[in-house]
Write a protein that binds this ligand. Sequence first.
Ligand SMILES: Nc1ncnc2c1ncn2[C@@H]1O[C@H](COP(=O)(O)OP(=O)(O)OP(=O)(O)O)[C@@H](O)[C@H]1O
Ligand SMILES: [Mg+2]
Length: 330
Amino acid sequence: MSDFLLKISNLTVSVTRNKQDIPIVKGIDMDIPRGKIVGLVGESGCGKSMTAKSIMGILPRSAHMNGSILWNDPDGSQTEITGLKEKELRKMCGPKIGMVFQEPMTSLNPMMKIGDQVAEVLFIHKLVKNRSEAKEKVIRTLGEVGIPEPERHYNSYPHRISGGMRQRVMIAMAVICEPSLLIADEPTTALDVTIEAQILKLIRHMCETHNMSALVITHNMGVVSTLCDKVYVMYMGRILERAPVDQLFKTPIHPYTRGLLSSIPRIHANPEYLATIPGNTPEFGKETVGCDFCLRCSDDQRRCFFEKPKEAEIEKDHFVSCFSANNRSK
Ligand SMILES: Nc1ncnc2c1ncn2[C@@H]1O[C@H](COP(=O)(O)OP(=O)(O)OP(=O)(O)O)[C@@H](O)[C@H]1O
Ligand SMILES: [Mg+2]
C-alpha cells in the first residue's frame, strides 16, 4: 500500500483575462505523505493559494485546471479529485480535507455566534443527530484548539475575540470532522509572533494527535522550519526546489531558496543590513524561454536565459531545477 495521502501530478491552472489564458500554476508535482506536514513556500503571487484551491475545488470562475490530484484512502482506494462532480467534492471537503484560510475575520460570518458556525460544518456533513450533540462536540473541539472557557465562547461573536482566537476557531472548523488532510493557507500571517508560535504548535499538535497530514502555505521560512517535515519552494507557478526540511535548510541549492533563507532577519546580524532578493516577480503571462528566475539570479549562466533547467535529484529526496545544481546531481 502506498503511503501517500495526496499526489499532485502535472497540475496546471490558468486564468482567463481579456480573453487570454494566463498560466498561473505551470505543471507542478507534489506528494503529501500520510501523517506529515508539507510546506509550500514562495513569495506573494507565485500561485500557492491557487494550488490549494485546486485541491479543494474552489478555484475562481475565471480559472481552469488540468492534471491529476489523486487521493489515497488508508484502505488503498484511490480517488481522482479532478474527476469529481461538485456534489462529490463537497463530500470530501470537511470530512477528508479541512481548510484554514489566511484572514479569519473575513472567513467568519460576523453575524453568527462562533459555536453555531463551527456546528454548521457538522450539520452540513450530517455527522450529528441533533443540536445538543453538535454543541457538545463543538465545545470539546473549541477546548481542544485552546479556546478558554469554550462553553462561554460558544456564544461569542467573532468581533468579540482576538485575532489569535479567531484563527483557533478557524482551525476548530477545519478539524471538527476529523479530516485526514488540513490545508492551512498562511495561517499566521495576520498574527503577532507570540500568537504565531502558539498557532504553529497547535497545528503540529492536531496533526500528531489525529494522525493528520497538513499542507501549510506560507511565505515565511521561519514557519517552514518550525512546522514542516518536507518543503516545496515555488516561484512563478513552478517548483524550483523540494526536499526534507532539514536538508533544505542545511544545503539549500537553488539561488532563490538561498535568497529566501538569507532574507530571514537574524537577531545578531547587522541591524543596518537586511538581505533581499533583487528585482521583482515578473508579471504573469509574460513567459520566458529560459529559467523564470534568471533575471534576479546571482548565479546566472548564459544558458539560463535560453533554456529551462530540468529537475535533478542532487541527494536523496532533494530535487532542484537549476543548471548550477545539475553538476552536483547524483
Ligand atoms: N480570482 C482571480 N482571478 C484572476 N487571477 C487571479 C485570481 N486570484 C489570483 N489570481 C492570479 O494568480 C496569481 C497567483 O495567485 P495566488 O493567490 O495563488 O498567489 P499566492 O502565492 O497565494 O500569493 P499570496 O502570498 O499573496 O497569497 C496572482 O498573481 C494573480 O495574478
Ligand atoms: Mg495566497
